[in-house]
Design a protein around this ligand. Structure first.
Ligand SMILES: [Zn+2]
Length: 460
């Protein structure tokens, strides 16, 4: 790998400049005013990838933003890897909290600051530069590589699942590789093998056709805010354990081995408590903090509205109140089943004095990946070569719906090999990516191609 390593070192400055060019596009997928910027970003990628002589490269239009797709054929008989990334970004506001403008990439202290730096442009662009490094030093990749870059991840990938369903041949592969997760700690190579799922609901309680005078009607009409508060309170106990009947039926208990592995990760609960600013950490009895964050399902309320919240006093008896709530799910819960169970529970608890409407806004099933597949083992070897120590295996508490779709529709293992850090400000002001990790990601990616193509015991 030394030729590839020195190529990356020699061209490091240009790689960073090209990443800056990519970061300059305000490819904010949620904002219609930026639709043309999203498109220009996709076109820039198309042109950039074309310069690496793929066998095929094209933009696929969708009902929303385009998908960028490219293929480099490897030698016959070698495996195929599909790399997924997303070139759209979150909105950058509040702008006044940024130390440098979000779409004018700036390098400070070895980090590149810009919206999208770590989520996800910097991370997927490392793979693009790995492809370049291998091609320029070895003429051909050691395996077949397909690249799929979508422009709608930050709005829930509304057109990606149908695209995968309609293009199974185009996307056929032996493994999917995604760099959109985090290193557990800086300098600690990390592979993620589990993600929580999500069941997101909106509940609206109505007790009258219109707002009423609480003096005139109070005492004969129920109060929707109190009904809603009561319903929400009945969904969990004082330790956060969900009280919906059947909720835990499909929850897999962690094995003793997994609990041991998690217990061995460097972790300081008191440091986390101080960082968050919580008076005391919360959660289920009998599980460690990491287990509660990664292995256990949860219930949270995200917002609640109803009645009068302006200054002063208004004696209104409101007609409605509503809340947005979600359950983080773990294997082998299913979002649809949980939505049905929660809906039935809320209906059973609803008093006859109120009508309760429940809407499912978003669902994604949890993911659990075997750490012992050939691509996962190849990723572990590649990380060890580059970082000089074997990776730690972690789960994450968040949700990446696309991982479940690849597993379900393409029937192949997914490798989650991220190079970001939780502290890099994804979705927040001053988002950045450590350039040292950008370069390490590039080298690890190229090493992975080699390790996966040639298998265990490969000579570099
Ligand atoms: Zn994101």
């Amino acid at each position: 790998m030394s030729a590839i390593g020195s190529y990356i070192e020699q061209h490091r400055q240009r790689f960073v400049e090209e990443l800056a060019d990519l970061l300059r596009f305000p490819s904010i997928s949620t904002d219609p005013a930026h639709a043309s910027d999203v498109r220009r970003c996709a076109e820039w990628l198309l042109e950039h990838l074309s310069s690496l002589a793929p066998q095929r490269v094209e933009l696929f239009p969708t009902a929303g933003h385009p998908i960028v797709y490219a293929v480099w054929e490897g030698p016959a008989g070698t495996p195929t890897v599909l790399i997924y990334g997303h070139y759209d970004v979150q909105p950058a506001d509040p702008l006044e909290l940024w130390d440098s403008p979000p779409f004018e990439p700036t390098v400070r202290d070895g980090r590149i600051y810009a919206r999208g730096a770590t989520d996800n442009k910097g991370q997927f662009f490392a793979h693009v530069k790995a492809i370049e490094a291998v091609l320029r030093t070895h003429k051909q990749l050691p395996l077949t590589l397909k690249l799929l870059l979508e422009g709608e991840e930050e709005i829930g990938s509304p057109n990606l699942r149908p695209f995968i369903e309609q293009h199974r041949d185009l996307l056929a592969c032996d493994a999917v590789l995604i760099s959109d997760t985090a290193l557990y700690r800086d300098d600690l190579p990390t592979l993620c093998y589990g993600l929580r799922g999500l069941c997101y609901l909106e509940v609206t309680v109505r007790t009258a056709a219109t707002d009423l005078h609480s003096g005139v009607f109070g005492g004969v009409v129920d109060n929707p805010i109190l009904v809603l508060a009561h319903l929400l309170d009945r969904l969990r106990d004082g330790y956060g354990r969900v009280t919906v009947p059947g909720f835990y039926d499909c929850v897999a208990d962690p094995s003793a081995e997994e609990r041991q592995r998690l217990a061995e990760l460097p972790f300081d609960a008191e440091e986390l408590r101080r960082h968050i600013g919580a008076p005391l950490l919360f959660g289920e009895v009998g599980y460690s903090v990491l287990e509660r964050r990664w292995l256990r399902p949860t219930f949270d309320v995200h917002g609640i509205v109803g009645g009068f919240t302006g200054s002063g006093a208004k004696t209104v008896l409101p007609a409605t109140a509503s809340a947005k709530l979600s359950f983080r799910l773990v294997p082998y819960q299913r979002a649809d089943d949980i939505a049905a169970a929660v809906t039935a529970t809320l209906r059973a608890l609803s008093p006859p004095t109120a009508s309760v409407e429940i809407r499912l806004l978003h669902g994604a099933d949890p993911v659990l990946i075997s750490p012992d597949t050939p691509p996962m083992r190849a990723a572990a070897r590649a990380l060890e070569r580059v970082f000089g120590r074997p990776p730690v295996f972690v789960r994450e508490g968040g949700t990446i719906p696309v991982v479940g779709w690849f597993t379900e529709l393409l029937h192949v293992p997914v490798v989650l090999m991220g190079f970001g850090l939780e502290t890099e400000g994804a979705h927040a002001p001053n988002e950045h990516f450590h350039l040292k990790n950008f370069i390490r990601a590039t080298l690890t990616s190229a090493t992975f191609f080699h390790e996966y193509a040639h298998g265990e015991g490969a000579i570099s």
